[in-house]
Design a protein around this ligand. Structure first.
Ligand code: NAD
Length: 253
């Protein structure tokens, strides 16, 4: 039955940036679909753990700073210790640093790239090695942005890193399709999380943005749940290398 294809019972999902925002919403969605979730975050994931406990789901937190690739081995080994396998990786953790391009510092550029790009590639590589070893395929889901398609203002490193997510998603999909690993991405529109707090607090920018969203509202972490479950499930087995916008119609304008 088609709805059974969306079930994630017995699957193990790693989600980065699991303590808040879109990552937290996706952890809950994946757990509701039946996955055991390993949430990676710099800080405590207690709130996410409590939400998943309410639905009798399974959740394990791994505290790690994703600005360094040295944490990758530990993320993999803690996941295997908790649940014995990996099926799904959601590369959600990301940072944004705002400054005029003319004044943008190398330190800010490197900080954004470390989390939004380098970590995404090398964690995907480590998970893919485990998926290949298991021999049953798997799913990697990256989190892109509207700034994968547009230039944005005062966020050059973020735009560059999120535009690169589109290309990286395609590149990994091409190489790993033969192992039955699908690599796709979700491009969220303007969502009400910490990431957009500054924008939402700026009355002019906030009105400009809202006026342009056909849905007439900011997105929420819950808006990510259907798409992440679909891309993590058998229902998307022939979808590969694609970035799906969850944007209330923003890109259609
Ligand atoms: P958020 O700031 O609430 O969440 C970011 C997450 O990344 C947090 O869990 C944070 O702890 C984690 N993170 C950042 N640096 C880390 C590090 N060094 N080590 C470990 N974890 C780290 O914002 P969000 O909106 O939930 O962002 C989630 C993803 O969605 C990001 O990749 C962001 O770029 C992307 N995104 C958000 C929007 C939006 O409108 N909110 C739009 C497009 C894309």
């Amino acid at each position: 039955m088609v709805l059974d294809m969306f079930k994630l019972d017995g699957k193990v999902a790693i989600v980065t940036g699991a303590n808040t925002g879109l990552g937290q919403g996706m952890c809950v969605g994946l757990a509701e679909a039946g996955a055991k979730v390993v949430g990676v975050a710099r800080r405590s994931c207690d709130e996410t753990a409590a939400l998943i406990k309410e639905i009798n789901g399974e959740f394990t937190a791994v505290i790690a700073d994703l600005s360094s690739t040295e944490v990758i081995d530990d993320i993999i080994s803690q996941t295997l210790k908790a649940y014995g396998r990996i099926d799904i990786l959601v590369n959600n953790a990301g940072i944004i640093k705002r400054e005029d391009a003319i004044n943008y510092t190398m330190a800010d550029w490197d900080a954004v790239y470390a989390v939004n790009q380098k970590e995404v590639f090398f964690l995907s590589q480590a998970v893919a090695k485990q998926l290949i070893k298991q021999g049953e395929g798997g799913k990697i889901i990256n989190v892109a942005s509207m700034l994968s398609y547009q230039g944005g203002i005062r966020v050059p490193a973020y735009t560059a890193s999120k535009s690169a997510i589109l290309g990286l998603t395609r590149a990994l999909a091409n190489e790993w399709a033969k192992y039955n690993i699908q690599v796709n991405a979700i491009a969220p529109g303007y969502m009400a999380t910490n990431n957009t707090e500054q924008l939402r607090n700026d009355e002019n920018r906030s009105t400009e943005i809202l006026d342009r969203i056909p849905a007439g509202r900011w997105g929420t972490p819950a808006d990510m749940q259907g798409t992440v479950v679909w891309l993590a499930s058998k229902a998307s087995d022939y979808v590969n290398g694609f970035t799906v916008a969850v944007d209330g119609g923003w890109l259609a304008r």
